[in-house]
Design a protein around this ligand. Structure first.
Ligand code: ZN
Length: 156
């Protein structure tokens, strides 16, 4: 790693001589319409395989009815999320959504939007540089079919 002086500010710029990227797709097919899955072990495995020690890791759902988010791995909290999301965007009646007709997943699009598309985690010394209790979750809102999550890691 080579240090380069930045001009006109106090920031420093680093040039990576060995910048690399690593791309993985994780696949999920849940047994129920809605589910939260802790995918931290799979993401950690992607990072280990990449060999990248310093950089940034992006995890995003590739579908518009599922989310990737970071929070606590606590079952009570996950039931709270489910109740909260059902109050905001109830699955039924399907007829309440203009989106529905050919589809019945209007609620899932809204739930995905509020729970987010992606997370970015710093990679430090080959590890996911989490705060206390942070874990990465896949949030499915229209499941029982094959869905994909993209993991992209850049660094050196
Ligand atoms: Zn739809």
């Amino acid at each position: 790693m080579r240090q380069v002086a930045a001009t006109g500010c106090f920031a420093t710029c680093r040039c990576w001589a060995d910048m690399r990227s690593h791309r993985t797709e994780l696949c999920f097919q849940t047994h129920s319409r809605r589910e939260f899955i802790n995918i931290t072990p799979q993401v950690q495995e992607c990072l280990s395989i990449s060999g990248i020690r310093e950089g940034l890791l992006l995890v995003n759902s590739m579908h518009i009815t599922s989310s990737v988010f970071i929070n606590d791995d606590e079952s009570g909290l996950h039931r709270d999320f489910e109740r909260w999301l059902e109050r905001l965007a109830p699955e039924k009646p399907y007829s309440q959504y203009e989106h529905n007709g050919a589809e019945d997943n209007g609620d899932a699009h809204l739930k995905r939007t509020i729970m987010g598309r992606e997370v970015v985690v710093a990679v430090t010394n080959g590890h996911l540089d989490f705060g206390p209790w942070e874990q990465i979750f896949y949030g499915e809102f229209d499941g029982m079919r094959r869905k994909r999550v993209l993991v992209k890691i850049v660094g050196e």
